[in-house]
Ligand binder design. Structure first.
Ligand SMILES: *Cc1c(COP(=O)(O)O)cnc(C)c1O
Length: 354
Protein backbone atom coordinates (compact mmCIF):
# COMPACT_ATOMS: atom_id res chain seq x y z
CA UNK A 1 0.00 0.00 0.00
CA UNK A 2 1.27 3.50 -0.87
CA UNK A 3 1.99 5.45 2.33
CA UNK A 4 0.96 8.99 3.15
CA UNK A 5 4.44 10.46 3.01
CA UNK A 6 5.01 13.56 5.15
CA UNK A 7 8.79 13.25 4.96
CA UNK A 8 10.71 16.55 5.06
CA UNK A 9 13.16 15.53 2.35
CA UNK A 10 13.81 13.67 0.19
CA UNK A 11 10.12 14.00 -0.21
CA UNK A 12 6.97 12.87 -1.92
CA UNK A 13 6.67 13.50 -5.66
CA UNK A 14 3.60 13.06 -7.86
CA UNK A 15 2.81 9.41 -8.52
CA UNK A 16 2.78 10.03 -12.29
CA UNK A 17 6.31 11.44 -12.02
CA UNK A 18 7.52 8.26 -10.31
CA UNK A 19 5.92 6.25 -13.08
CA UNK A 20 7.36 8.26 -15.98
CA UNK A 21 10.80 8.42 -14.36
CA UNK A 22 10.87 4.67 -13.90
CA UNK A 23 9.80 4.15 -17.52
CA UNK A 24 12.68 6.35 -18.70
CA UNK A 25 15.10 4.28 -16.62
CA UNK A 26 14.08 1.26 -18.71
CA UNK A 27 13.62 2.98 -22.07
CA UNK A 28 14.25 6.67 -22.65
CA UNK A 29 11.96 8.12 -25.34
CA UNK A 30 11.69 4.77 -27.10
CA UNK A 31 15.43 4.83 -27.86
CA UNK A 32 16.09 1.31 -26.61
CA UNK A 33 18.45 2.87 -24.06
CA UNK A 34 18.07 3.90 -20.43
CA UNK A 35 17.99 7.57 -19.49
CA UNK A 36 20.95 6.88 -17.23
CA UNK A 37 23.15 5.23 -19.87
CA UNK A 38 22.94 7.80 -22.68
CA UNK A 39 25.33 10.67 -23.22
CA UNK A 40 24.31 13.89 -21.53
CA UNK A 41 25.36 15.51 -24.81
CA UNK A 42 22.80 13.49 -26.75
CA UNK A 43 20.03 15.47 -28.39
CA UNK A 44 17.38 13.84 -26.20
CA UNK A 45 19.09 14.77 -22.96
CA UNK A 46 20.05 18.29 -24.04
CA UNK A 47 16.33 18.80 -24.68
CA UNK A 48 15.59 17.66 -21.13
CA UNK A 49 18.06 20.12 -19.64
CA UNK A 50 16.80 22.97 -21.82
CA UNK A 51 13.22 22.20 -20.91
CA UNK A 52 13.93 21.96 -17.17
CA UNK A 53 15.70 25.33 -17.27
CA UNK A 54 12.98 26.98 -19.36
CA UNK A 55 10.13 25.59 -17.25
CA UNK A 56 11.78 26.85 -14.06
CA UNK A 57 11.92 30.41 -15.38
CA UNK A 58 8.44 30.18 -16.88
CA UNK A 59 6.80 28.96 -13.69
CA UNK A 60 8.55 31.66 -11.65
CA UNK A 61 7.52 34.34 -14.17
CA UNK A 62 11.15 35.22 -14.87
CA UNK A 63 11.40 34.56 -18.59
CA UNK A 64 13.09 37.31 -20.56
CA UNK A 65 14.04 39.23 -17.43
CA UNK A 66 17.78 38.64 -17.46
CA UNK A 67 17.76 35.45 -15.37
CA UNK A 68 19.43 32.12 -15.99
CA UNK A 69 18.37 28.81 -14.47
CA UNK A 70 21.05 26.24 -13.67
CA UNK A 71 20.83 22.65 -12.41
CA UNK A 72 23.97 22.18 -10.34
CA UNK A 73 25.24 19.57 -7.91
CA UNK A 74 26.46 19.70 -4.33
CA UNK A 75 23.06 20.37 -2.80
CA UNK A 76 21.81 23.62 -1.32
CA UNK A 77 24.74 23.25 1.07
CA UNK A 78 27.23 23.98 -1.71
CA UNK A 79 25.26 27.12 -2.51
CA UNK A 80 25.98 28.37 1.00
CA UNK A 81 29.58 28.90 -0.07
CA UNK A 82 29.08 29.35 -3.82
CA UNK A 83 26.88 32.41 -3.21
CA UNK A 84 29.60 34.01 -1.10
CA UNK A 85 32.38 32.96 -3.48
CA UNK A 86 30.63 34.71 -6.36
CA UNK A 87 29.05 37.71 -4.63
CA UNK A 88 30.82 38.58 -1.38
CA UNK A 89 33.54 41.19 -1.85
CA UNK A 90 33.59 42.89 1.55
CA UNK A 91 30.39 42.53 3.58
CA UNK A 92 27.09 40.66 3.38
CA UNK A 93 23.95 40.54 5.52
CA UNK A 94 22.24 37.35 6.69
CA UNK A 95 18.90 36.91 8.41
CA UNK A 96 19.31 33.97 10.76
CA UNK A 97 16.05 32.06 10.90
CA UNK A 98 17.23 28.52 11.54
CA UNK A 99 19.75 25.74 11.11
CA UNK A 100 20.13 26.24 7.36
CA UNK A 101 20.54 30.02 7.62
CA UNK A 102 23.15 29.50 10.34
CA UNK A 103 25.07 27.14 8.08
CA UNK A 104 24.89 29.58 5.15
CA UNK A 105 26.15 32.34 7.41
CA UNK A 106 29.05 30.23 8.66
CA UNK A 107 30.25 29.47 5.12
CA UNK A 108 29.99 33.12 4.05
CA UNK A 109 32.32 34.14 6.92
CA UNK A 110 35.13 32.38 5.03
CA UNK A 111 34.86 35.02 2.32
CA UNK A 112 34.31 38.33 4.08
CA UNK A 113 32.52 40.17 6.83
CA UNK A 114 29.06 38.90 7.64
CA UNK A 115 26.46 40.91 9.50
CA UNK A 116 23.67 38.96 11.16
CA UNK A 117 20.88 41.47 10.54
CA UNK A 118 18.41 39.57 12.72
CA UNK A 119 18.10 36.24 14.50
CA UNK A 120 15.43 34.18 16.20
CA UNK A 121 17.91 31.89 17.89
CA UNK A 122 16.81 33.21 21.32
CA UNK A 123 13.53 31.28 20.94
CA UNK A 124 14.98 28.26 19.13
CA UNK A 125 13.86 29.77 15.82
CA UNK A 126 10.13 29.50 16.42
CA UNK A 127 9.50 32.93 14.84
CA UNK A 128 10.70 35.20 12.03
CA UNK A 129 12.54 38.32 13.22
CA UNK A 130 10.87 41.55 12.14
CA UNK A 131 11.74 45.22 12.25
CA UNK A 132 15.46 44.60 11.81
CA UNK A 133 17.59 47.21 10.12
CA UNK A 134 19.78 46.50 7.15
CA UNK A 135 23.11 48.31 7.34
CA UNK A 136 24.56 50.23 4.41
CA UNK A 137 27.32 48.88 2.23
CA UNK A 138 26.28 45.24 1.96
CA UNK A 139 27.14 43.27 -1.18
CA UNK A 140 23.90 41.32 -0.76
CA UNK A 141 21.29 40.21 1.74
CA UNK A 142 20.67 36.49 2.26
CA UNK A 143 17.32 35.10 3.43
CA UNK A 144 15.81 31.65 3.91
CA UNK A 145 12.20 31.75 2.75
CA UNK A 146 11.07 28.61 4.57
CA UNK A 147 12.67 27.06 7.61
CA UNK A 148 12.18 23.38 7.02
CA UNK A 149 13.22 22.25 10.49
CA UNK A 150 11.35 24.80 12.62
CA UNK A 151 8.26 25.24 10.45
CA UNK A 152 8.41 28.99 9.93
CA UNK A 153 8.08 30.88 6.66
CA UNK A 154 8.79 34.44 5.57
CA UNK A 155 5.53 36.05 4.52
CA UNK A 156 7.08 39.43 3.70
CA UNK A 157 10.41 40.20 2.13
CA UNK A 158 12.39 43.37 2.80
CA UNK A 159 12.71 45.89 0.00
CA UNK A 160 16.39 46.49 -0.62
CA UNK A 161 18.57 48.18 -3.22
CA UNK A 162 21.25 45.50 -2.98
CA UNK A 163 21.07 42.01 -4.50
CA UNK A 164 18.62 39.80 -2.62
CA UNK A 165 19.60 36.14 -2.30
CA UNK A 166 17.14 33.53 -1.08
CA UNK A 167 17.42 29.88 -0.10
CA UNK A 168 14.02 28.55 -1.21
CA UNK A 169 14.87 24.87 -0.88
CA UNK A 170 11.69 23.91 0.89
CA UNK A 171 9.07 26.21 -0.59
CA UNK A 172 10.06 26.99 -4.16
CA UNK A 173 7.13 26.62 -6.59
CA UNK A 174 4.69 26.41 -3.65
CA UNK A 175 3.32 29.96 -3.51
CA UNK A 176 3.09 33.01 -5.67
CA UNK A 177 5.65 35.71 -5.03
CA UNK A 178 7.12 38.46 -7.11
CA UNK A 179 10.19 36.39 -7.87
CA UNK A 180 11.81 39.32 -9.69
CA UNK A 181 12.52 40.92 -6.30
CA UNK A 182 15.24 38.28 -5.89
CA UNK A 183 18.56 38.32 -7.71
CA UNK A 184 19.57 34.81 -6.82
CA UNK A 185 17.33 31.94 -5.72
CA UNK A 186 18.58 28.47 -4.93
CA UNK A 187 16.81 25.28 -3.95
CA UNK A 188 17.93 21.72 -3.40
CA UNK A 189 15.59 19.67 -5.58
CA UNK A 190 14.71 17.06 -2.99
CA UNK A 191 12.27 19.18 -0.97
CA UNK A 192 9.69 20.29 -3.48
CA UNK A 193 10.90 19.61 -7.00
CA UNK A 194 12.59 16.28 -7.55
CA UNK A 195 14.94 13.65 -6.19
CA UNK A 196 18.19 14.47 -4.40
CA UNK A 197 21.20 15.16 -6.58
CA UNK A 198 20.55 18.49 -8.19
CA UNK A 199 20.05 22.07 -7.03
CA UNK A 200 18.21 24.72 -8.95
CA UNK A 201 19.95 28.09 -9.08
CA UNK A 202 18.13 31.01 -10.67
CA UNK A 203 20.44 33.97 -11.00
CA UNK A 204 20.17 37.42 -12.52
CA UNK A 205 23.16 37.68 -14.77
CA UNK A 206 23.95 41.31 -14.07
CA UNK A 207 24.94 40.65 -10.45
CA UNK A 208 27.81 38.39 -11.52
CA UNK A 209 31.41 39.32 -12.30
CA UNK A 210 31.70 41.95 -9.56
CA UNK A 211 34.08 40.25 -7.13
CA UNK A 212 37.84 40.56 -7.60
CA UNK A 213 38.83 37.06 -6.42
CA UNK A 214 39.42 34.25 -8.86
CA UNK A 215 36.70 31.62 -8.81
CA UNK A 216 37.35 27.95 -9.57
CA UNK A 217 35.39 26.94 -12.67
CA UNK A 218 33.07 24.47 -10.96
CA UNK A 219 32.06 27.14 -8.43
CA UNK A 220 31.66 29.97 -10.92
CA UNK A 221 28.04 30.69 -11.93
CA UNK A 222 29.25 32.43 -15.12
CA UNK A 223 31.05 29.27 -16.25
CA UNK A 224 27.92 27.17 -15.76
CA UNK A 225 25.84 29.77 -17.61
CA UNK A 226 28.26 29.87 -20.55
CA UNK A 227 27.99 26.06 -20.82
CA UNK A 228 24.18 25.98 -20.64
CA UNK A 229 24.34 24.15 -17.30
CA UNK A 230 26.44 21.37 -18.87
CA UNK A 231 29.95 22.38 -17.79
CA UNK A 232 30.37 18.86 -16.48
CA UNK A 233 28.12 15.80 -16.47
CA UNK A 234 24.87 16.90 -14.84
CA UNK A 235 22.86 14.66 -12.50
CA UNK A 236 20.82 13.32 -15.42
CA UNK A 237 18.24 11.37 -13.44
CA UNK A 238 17.62 14.16 -10.96
CA UNK A 239 17.30 16.76 -13.70
CA UNK A 240 14.95 14.58 -15.75
CA UNK A 241 12.71 13.84 -12.77
CA UNK A 242 12.68 17.51 -11.77
CA UNK A 243 11.62 18.36 -15.32
CA UNK A 244 8.74 15.88 -15.04
CA UNK A 245 7.63 17.50 -11.78
CA UNK A 246 7.77 20.96 -13.33
CA UNK A 247 5.69 19.71 -16.28
CA UNK A 248 3.20 18.22 -13.84
CA UNK A 249 2.97 21.56 -12.05
CA UNK A 250 2.51 23.49 -15.27
CA UNK A 251 -0.30 21.15 -16.39
CA UNK A 252 -1.97 21.61 -13.02
CA UNK A 253 -2.14 25.37 -13.60
CA UNK A 254 1.20 26.51 -12.24
CA UNK A 255 2.10 28.08 -8.92
CA UNK A 256 -1.21 29.90 -8.39
CA UNK A 257 -3.13 26.61 -8.67
CA UNK A 258 -0.84 24.70 -6.33
CA UNK A 259 -0.80 27.58 -3.85
CA UNK A 260 -4.56 27.26 -3.40
CA UNK A 261 -4.24 23.55 -2.61
CA UNK A 262 -1.27 24.16 -0.32
CA UNK A 263 -3.29 26.70 1.65
CA UNK A 264 -6.15 24.26 2.07
CA UNK A 265 -3.80 21.57 3.34
CA UNK A 266 -2.11 23.91 5.80
CA UNK A 267 -5.42 25.29 7.06
CA UNK A 268 -6.79 21.82 7.61
CA UNK A 269 -3.83 20.71 9.70
CA UNK A 270 -3.26 23.93 11.63
CA UNK A 271 -6.92 24.22 12.59
CA UNK A 272 -6.75 20.71 14.05
CA UNK A 273 -3.56 21.59 15.92
CA UNK A 274 -5.26 24.69 17.35
CA UNK A 275 -8.62 23.10 18.21
CA UNK A 276 -7.39 19.78 19.56
CA UNK A 277 -6.30 20.14 23.23
CA UNK A 278 -3.86 17.23 22.85
CA UNK A 279 -1.65 19.22 20.45
CA UNK A 280 0.34 22.46 20.49
CA UNK A 281 1.85 24.23 17.50
CA UNK A 282 5.56 24.98 17.70
CA UNK A 283 5.96 28.01 15.42
CA UNK A 284 4.59 31.47 16.08
CA UNK A 285 1.14 31.55 14.41
CA UNK A 286 1.75 34.43 12.02
CA UNK A 287 5.01 32.87 10.82
CA UNK A 288 3.73 29.34 10.28
CA UNK A 289 4.97 27.52 7.23
CA UNK A 290 2.50 26.13 4.71
CA UNK A 291 5.05 23.45 3.86
CA UNK A 292 6.30 22.11 7.20
CA UNK A 293 3.95 22.11 10.20
CA UNK A 294 5.70 21.58 13.55
CA UNK A 295 3.72 20.53 16.61
CA UNK A 296 3.95 18.72 19.93
CA UNK A 297 1.76 16.56 22.09
CA UNK A 298 0.61 18.42 25.19
CA UNK A 299 1.15 15.28 27.26
CA UNK A 300 4.26 13.18 26.67
CA UNK A 301 2.55 10.04 27.95
CA UNK A 302 0.37 9.99 24.82
CA UNK A 303 3.36 9.54 22.53
CA UNK A 304 3.22 5.77 22.20
CA UNK A 305 -0.52 5.81 21.48
CA UNK A 306 -0.21 8.55 18.88
CA UNK A 307 2.81 6.94 17.21
CA UNK A 308 1.01 3.62 16.93
CA UNK A 309 -2.11 5.26 15.54
CA UNK A 310 -0.47 7.26 12.76
CA UNK A 311 1.70 4.35 11.73
CA UNK A 312 -1.38 2.14 11.51
CA UNK A 313 -3.05 4.77 9.31
CA UNK A 314 -0.23 4.39 6.76
CA UNK A 315 1.47 7.67 7.62
CA UNK A 316 5.23 8.07 7.18
CA UNK A 317 7.78 10.67 8.22
CA UNK A 318 6.17 12.90 10.85
CA UNK A 319 8.77 12.58 13.59
CA UNK A 320 10.18 16.05 14.32
CA UNK A 321 13.76 17.03 13.62
CA UNK A 322 16.09 16.22 16.54
CA UNK A 323 16.68 19.92 17.23
CA UNK A 324 12.97 20.60 17.81
CA UNK A 325 11.47 17.27 18.88
CA UNK A 326 7.76 16.57 18.63
CA UNK A 327 6.31 16.20 15.17
CA UNK A 328 6.71 17.76 11.76
CA UNK A 329 4.31 17.15 8.91
CA UNK A 330 5.73 18.27 5.57
CA UNK A 331 3.04 19.03 3.01
CA UNK A 332 4.93 19.68 -0.19
CA UNK A 333 3.28 20.29 -3.58
CA UNK A 334 2.77 16.62 -4.41
CA UNK A 335 1.00 15.78 -1.14
CA UNK A 336 -2.72 15.30 -1.71
CA UNK A 337 -5.24 17.03 0.54
CA UNK A 338 -6.63 13.57 1.37
CA UNK A 339 -3.36 12.55 3.03
CA UNK A 340 -3.54 15.57 5.33
CA UNK A 341 -7.11 14.50 6.03
CA UNK A 342 -5.86 11.10 7.16
CA UNK A 343 -3.46 12.71 9.65
CA UNK A 344 -6.13 15.08 10.95
CA UNK A 345 -8.52 12.14 11.41
CA UNK A 346 -5.91 10.33 13.50
CA UNK A 347 -5.44 13.43 15.65
CA UNK A 348 -9.16 13.91 16.25
CA UNK A 349 -9.61 10.19 16.88
CA UNK A 350 -7.01 10.51 19.68
CA UNK A 351 -9.08 13.26 21.25
CA UNK A 352 -12.32 11.26 20.99
CA UNK A 353 -10.73 8.27 22.68
CA UNK A 354 -9.63 10.58 25.51
C1 LIG B 1 17.39 20.78 3.19
C2 LIG B 1 17.76 22.20 3.15
C3 LIG B 1 19.07 22.61 2.83
C4 LIG B 1 20.19 21.63 2.58
O1 LIG B 1 20.02 21.01 1.38
P1 LIG B 1 21.09 19.94 0.81
O2 LIG B 1 20.62 19.79 -0.59
O3 LIG B 1 20.94 18.71 1.64
O4 LIG B 1 22.44 20.53 0.91
C5 LIG B 1 19.32 23.96 2.77
N1 LIG B 1 18.37 24.86 3.01
C6 LIG B 1 17.10 24.51 3.32
C7 LIG B 1 16.08 25.57 3.57
C8 LIG B 1 16.77 23.17 3.40
O5 LIG B 1 15.51 22.81 3.71
Amino acid sequence: MKKHNFSAGPCILPQEVFLKASEAIMDFNGSGLSLIEVSHRSKDFVEVMDKARALSLELLGLEGKGYQALFLQGGASLQFLMVAYNLLETKAGYLNTGTWSSKALKEARLFGEVVEVGSSKDENFNYIPKGYTIPKGLDYLHLTSNNTIFGTQLKKFPKVEIPLVCDMSSDIFSRQLDFSQFDLIYAGAQKNMGPAGTTLVVVKEDILGKVTREIPSMLDYSVHISKDSMFNTPAVFAVYTSMLTLEWLKNLGGISAIEEINEKKAQLLYSEIDLNPLFDGYANKEDRSNMNATFNLTEDKLKDTFDTMWKEAGINGINGHRSVGGYRASMYNAMPLESVGVLVDVMSEMERKG
